[in-house]
Structures are given as structure tokens and as C-alpha cells.
Write a protein that binds this ligand. Structure first.
Ligand SMILES: [Zn+2]
Length: 250
């Protein structure tokens, strides 16, 4: 597994845990696990085609296609946060590449993108800090999205950009995986679904080739990743059993 935010190419977590506990260890990308949790316990129950996207500190995802959890060569089959949503590459992602969804719309990306946007449209620092009630150097995604609710006129342009980028990201998921449902989780999306995700859903017919599926807030909320871990332990997907480290080492 290649961790996008750690300064290592590979993290051999499963081998160390297997040696310590002598029990099957399954390691998955957190949002891929969350997708599996959603499929077993949440909004995706009974569906063979569904996707999950988590918009929190970063953006991650998972997909079940034809009843099979997608892993890919290195576990990154649904790294949807690193899909390009802006080919002009205005923003550099934490992974080092340009134009990725996570660089614009994640909890970490929003404040950086906001400052760039404000600069581009010529908003003065003092005016912004008054509207935000906070120094620009310490603003968070929550401060900005709260301000978007309070002062729609001043921040409407920025919110419109976020919504369009979310629509592009969701459309890419629809076009790549053809899901019957997309469950959306992650703190940024869950707390701001009404202004951040719902308007993006209404833009999807302009971007999606495949039929736009039902798009819901994850009913498992902030615990969706934990449900994913439980789902893996109770019912590990075939694709993971085939690749499990314990199977090769015992
Ligand atoms: Zn990236």
C-alpha cells in the first residue's frame, strides 16, 4: 500500500501486526474500507454497485463494482481525491501533483484554495478578515464554509467554485464506476451537505455520462471507517483473502 501523505513508499503494517498477533490482518485504504462498511451495514446494503467518497481532512473513496470491492494493483483503485478536477492545475495537491480534487475541496485544501481565489478575484485581506472574524493565517475550512453561509454575497463565487469541483469529482466517480448509489461521508461533507454537496448533485446531469445515482449522506456518519474495519474482520472480501499476507506467511 502506498500512503499518499507519509514520506515512505511502502508501509509494511500487515506483516508487523501478523507477527505480533498471529491472526489474519487485512490492511485497506481507509475510505475503501469505509465503502465496504457502507456496503455491509449502511446505505449500500444489498447493492452490488456502489461507491463511497469521504471529504474530510483529505478526500478518499471506495467502490464496489459487480459485487466486488475494487482494490487495484496497489490498493489505490478508488483514489478519487487524486482525480484531476481542474486540468489547469491551479492548485498543487499534498501528493505533489496538480489539479487534484483534494487540493481544492478537502478540509486541508479549502483554506489554501480560498486564499488563492481571494487573491485572484482581488478581495482585500482586511475585508476578508472582517467577514471571517479571524486572521487569514489561521482560518480553517469550517471558518470559510460558516462564512459562506453568513455572507453569501461576498463568498458566493468561492462556494460556486467548490460546488462545481465537487460536481466534477462526483461525475468522475459516476462515469468510472457506474454505481447505483454514492454515499458521501467525511466531516467537511457531513457538516455542510446542504451548501457543499446538494448543489453539486443538481449539476451532475451536465457532467455525468452514466445515469446519475442516488447520492446520500452516509448514515454511518463519522464511524463509517470503523464499520469498515468491523466489516473486514467479520466478512473479508474474497479479493483481500486472495492477497492476504497471512495466507502467504503461515
Ligand atoms: Zn493528489
Amino acid at each position: 500500500m502506498k500512503p499518499p501523505h507519509l514520506p515512505v513508499e511502502r508501509a509494511e503494517i500487515a506483516r508487523a501486526l501478523y507477527r505480533a498477533f498471529k491472526t489474519p490482518i487485512y490492511v485497506l485504504n481507509d475510505c475503501t474500507a469505509a465503502c465496504y462498511g457502507e456496503a455491509l451495514f449502511g446505505a449500500g446494503r444489498g447493492l452490488s454497485d456502489m461507491a463511497f467518497v469521504g471529504i474530510g481532512t483529505g478526500i478518499g473513496g471506495g467502490a464496489m463494482v459487480d459485487g466486488r470491492l475494487l482494490l487495484g494493483r496497489s490498493g489505490g483503485a478508488a483514489e478519487v481525491g487524486h482525480m484531476v478536477v481542474d486540468a489547469s492545475g491551479r492548485m498543487r495537491c499534498t501528493c505533489g501533483a496538480y489539479g487534484h480534487w483534494e487540493a481544492y475541496c478537502s478540509g486541508r485544501g479549502i483554506p489554501i484554495f480560498f486564499k488563492k481565489w481571494a487573491d485572484e478575484v482581488g478581495l482585500r485581506k482586511r475585508e476578508l478578515e472582517e467577514a471571517l472574524g479571524k486572521d487569514l493565517s489561521s482560518i480553517t475550512a469550517k471558518d470559510i464554509l460558516d462564512a459562506c453561509r453568513r455572507d453569501e454575497a461576498l463568498f458566493k463565487g468561492f462556494l460556486d467554485e467548490l460546488v462545481k469541483l465537487n460536481a466534477a469529482g462526483l461525475a468522475n466517480i459516476i462515469n468510472a464506476f457506474d454505481p447505483a448509489l454514492i454515499s458521501v461521508g467525511g466531516s467537511v461533507a457531513l457538516e455542510n451537505f446542504d451548501i457543499f454537496i446538494r448543489p453539486a448533485i443538481s449539476l451532475l446531469p451536465s457532467y455525468a455520462f452514466n445515469e446519475v445515482p442516488e447520492i446520500v449522506q452516509s448514515p454511518l456518519g463519522r464511524d463509517v471507517g470503523l464499520y469498515g474495519a468491523v466489516a473486514l474482520a467479520l466478512s473479508p472480501p474474497d479479493v483481500l483473502i486472495e492477497r492476504a499476507l497471512y495466507a502467504r506467511t503461515r
